[in-house]
Write a protein that binds this ligand. Structure first.
Ligand SMILES: Nc1ncnc2c1ncn2[C@@H]1O[C@H](COP(=O)(O)OP(=O)(O)OP(=O)(O)O)[C@@H](O)[C@H]1O
Ligand SMILES: [Mg+2]
Length: 267
């Protein structure tokens, strides 16, 4: 087994608010192996985004440890990329210039212009490289955002529900593209999602969070072929069982209204 790329030890985090304090996560222990794809699922408000902010170094660690590649995280790391749910493209820059932005900031664009072109082709935007984001569909903008996230070959990619706003078909295409590109660059991925099918389709491991204060209830290996295609995953033996297991664990953490009509008839 390879060494963990990310190790969280007894990680807790408290936010101070005007009215007091909120304990967002408590006692989180997790290991993410180098080159693996790990998803985090859990109810809204359980601290998933907080967890990613702590790992990225955007939010300082208060209590416990975040160890990345053998060292404690103290500030933003150059080899970590983050992709969020919203549209992060700059509207006044072309697709190519959005994708190359991180390299320009690092002063590496000249040396890596070929990599930019390669990624533009790989995400299928060859004919739109000089277009502005406003000329693209939602799915195309996501593909540009994915290329912009991967352009400096980050060793860690943190993703916070990046495909939440996409339709089902576009989403499957994005998931496959993400999986292939991350595999190609050997990145370690921590992926937050509400979508259990997505978690099972993409991941080597899935961590289930409790409701707030979030802590890890269970971590399961996904026992499906590693090179499975996303579109066909639902028909693989073992998919339904894995999904069912996560749903039963998650269900206890959600305030699910089973049937409003039945509830209204009680009493
Ligand atoms: N900057 C902040 N200041 C104060 N409280 C915060 C801050 N960020 C998050 N919180 C609180 O921490 C808790 C966890 O929030 P977080 O955004 O991490 O949840 P989440 O699991 O990502 O939720 P969702 O699935 O809805 O995105 C919430 O109660 C939230 O109100
Ligand atoms: Mg969140």
């Amino acid at each position: 087994m390879s060494a963990p790329m990310i190790r969280l030890e007894s990680l807790s985090h408290r936010f101070r608010t005007k009215t007091g304090e909120v304990l967002a996560i408590t006692d989180v222990d997790l290991e993410v192996e180098k080159g693996s794809f790990v998803s985090v699922v859990g109810p809204s408000g359980c601290g998933k985004s907080t967890l990613l902010s702590l790992i990225s170094g955007l939010v300082p660690v208060q209590d416990g440890r975040v160890v990345v590649d053998g060292g404690d995280v103290r500030g933003i790391r150059r080899d970590t990329a983050m992709m969020l749910q919203g549209d992060a493209l700059l509207p006044w820059r072309s697709v190519r210039k959005n994708i190359s932005l991180a390299l320009e900031i690092r002063g590496e664009y000249r040396a890596k212009a070929d990599r930019v072109q390669q990624l533009i082709e790989e995400v299928g935007l060859g004919d739109f490289a000089d277009s502005l984001p406003s000329a693209l569909s939602g799915g195309m903008r996501k593909r540009a955002q994915l290329a912009a996230t991967l352009v400096y070959d980050p060793s860690i990619i943190l993703m916070d529900e990046p495909f939440g706003a996409l339709d089902a078909f576009t989403r499957i295409n994005m998931q496959q593209l993400l999986k292939d590109l991350c595999r190609e660059i050997g990145a370690t991925v921590l992926f937050v999602t509400h979508d259990l099918d997505e978690a099972v389709a993409l991941s080597d491991k899935v961590a289930v969070f409790s409701k707030r204060p979030g802590t890890i209830k269970a971590v399961h290996d996904i026992d499906l072929p590693r090179d499975r295609g996303v579109a066909a995953v639902q028909s693989l033996p073992g998919f339904a069982e894995a999904r069912g297991l996560f749903w039963s664990e998650l269900r206890d953490e959600l305030d699910v209204v089973e049937d409003r009509r039945a509830a209204s008839h009680v009493g």
